[in-house]
Design a protein around this ligand. Structure first.
Ligand SMILES: Nc1nc2c(ncn2[C@@H]2O[C@H](COP(=O)(O)OP(=O)(O)O)[C@@H](O)[C@H]2O)c(=O)[nH]1
Ligand SMILES: [Mg+2]
Length: 365
């Protein structure tokens, strides 16, 4: 199971162009036809190579991020209910959102709002996510109200509790606070997790700039981050069309190209790294004869859910996790050394997996 990131944004903002950058795909751009593109990007990780050497694994497998370019826009979806249901369930199932916002100027590419204004578009996208969540909450609150009328006394507290939480987050949304920024405790988060609210998801806004704006990229990024950035939302500038052309080049030409345009880090690695660092994603590792491998997961994932990334059976039948941190394993030269030092641990189902944990899951199905 890979990590899924859904690409959203206004029409013609460059979603498919950015998708091509990230996944080295060559999907046609500039089409208004609603089509869905799915592609995989590999996450470079030197720890996987080291583990492979140490444990003589046959292969190295890197973390993968699956990008889904949904093609459809939330706004159009609101008008067309069928599309809305499909789009919402697909978006709801993603781990994070990548929102493309147009900054490039090009007379030949129409903007749905008629002018180029990234701040306005970021605000509009935040609003669309909030509206989508509010619609879900309102429907659920109506159902809860009717359920409460006929509820047995024993069932009332749970239903009432849910209504209180939903009412609270709805008020927050109405005040313009996305769910990811609302102060909810663990119990509250657990109660609402099944709704897959969109404004609760970590979001990376990719500012799609033209090559003539490369000189101001850092400054544009900074000012938009000041205004919109938070723990779960970052803005990164990327020259989409220019960097799409990179994907087809060999390494040497790529470097020359980057140097020519004074791009410090290519878009692919910048977006993936930022997705990981700033959207709260980490990797745990597994190693064995067959393969050494990195598995991306959201930070604060308990061991069974982390195991579920490998296979749902391991999550279902989870018994315990044998854990050594990568740094300890390398420092002590292997498992024997790690056991001797006491850094080899056995952890249960409440263990929160950390970046760089090398894990062996024990399970029973
Ligand atoms: N000049 C310029 N055009 C771009 C850039 N990014 C995308 N485009 C063009 O904008 C149009 C829409 O791009 P596309 O990726 O299909 O947008 P989508 O509708 O959001 O998927 C296409 O004609 C692209 O070539 C860019 O950075 N600069
Ligand atoms: Mg497209």
């Amino acid at each position: 199971m890979s990590l899924d990131i859904g690409i959203i944004g206004l029409e013609m903002s460059g979603r498919t162009t950015i998708f091509n950058c990230l996944t080295s795909a060559e999907v046609g751009t500039g089409r208004s036809r609603q089509e869905e593109n799915i592609g995989i990007a590999r996450v470079p990780d030197a720890r996987v190579d080291r583990l492979r050497e140490m444990f003589k694994s046959r292969k190295a497998v890197y973390g993968e991020v699956k990008y889904v370019d949904l093609g459809a826009s939330l706004k159009n979806a609101a008008r067309d209910f069928n599309l809305s249901g499909k789009l919402l369930s697909e978006l709801g199932a993603t781990d994070a959102l990548l929102c493309v916002v147009r900054a490039f100027t090009d007379e030949s590419v129409p903007h749905p709002q008629g002018s180029i204004d990234p701040a306005r578009d970021i605000e509009a996208m935040e609003l669309e996510l909030a509206f989508s969540d509010m619609a879900i909450i309102e429907r659920r609150l109506e159902r809860l109200a009717s359920q409460l009328k006929g509820a047995k006394a024993a069932d009332r507290p749970a239903l009432e509790g849910e209504a209180v939480i939903l009412g609270k987050i709805k008020t927050g949304l109405e005040e313009g606070v996305p769910l990811r920024r609302q102060p909810l405790d663990g119990e509250e988060l657990k109660k609402i997790s099944s709704y897959q609210f969109l404004s609760a998801k970590p979001m990376l806004t990719v500012l799609n700039i033209g090559e003539e704006e490369l000189g101001q990229a850092k400054q544009m990024e900074e000012s938009l981050n000041l205004r919109f950035g938070d723990e779960g939302h970052r803005v990164v500038a990327l020259a989409g069309k220019l960097e799409m052309e990179l994907a087809g080049l060999d390494d040497e030409s790529k470097q020359a190209f980057l140097d020519d345009f004074q791009i410090e880090e290519p878009g692919l690695s910048k977006v993936i790294r930022t997705s990981f660092d700033l959207l709260g994603l980490i990797s745990f590792l597994t190693t064995g004869e067959d393969e050494s491998r990195a598995w991306p997961i959201p930070r604060n994932t308990p061991a069974p859910q982390a195991a579920g990334r490998i296979h749902s059976d391991i999550e279902r039948g989870f018994i315990r996790a044998e854990v050594v941190h990568y740094d300890d394993l390398v420092r002590l030269g292997g498992y024997a050394g790690a056991r001797k030092e006491g850094v080899f641990r056995v952890e249960g189902k409440n263990y929160i997996v950390e970046d760089g944990d090398v894990i062996n899951f024990l399970f029973n199905v």
